[in-house]
Design a protein around this ligand. Sequence first.
Ligand code: FES
Length: 106
Amino acid sequence: MSDFIKIATKSDLPDGGVHAVEYNGRRIALFRAGETIYATDDICSHSYAELSAGTFDADDCTIECPLHGSRFDIRTGRALTLPAFAPIDVFEVRVEGEDVWLKVTA
Ligand code: FES
């Protein structure tokens, strides 16, 4: 069963911004590219690094890991460059007014 929870507001995310949240003990990174907001795991699939501390490129929707520099497509979670090769999870996001909702699986 899945549901949406309110996880942030748009004011937490200026255009081109990144915002990390925690839900059920899991860190999740939110990214804003224009009017679209994406959500992924905040922890890199290679080792322990918080992707929200990396370099976000809103134009090509990628995040570069701050530790070893792997890049991930935040739309699909796919690892684009080594040393990471495993994808990161992506989550469905819904925006209603100022509220940002995240789809979670119960
Ligand atoms: S921890 Fe992210 S690339 Fe190594």
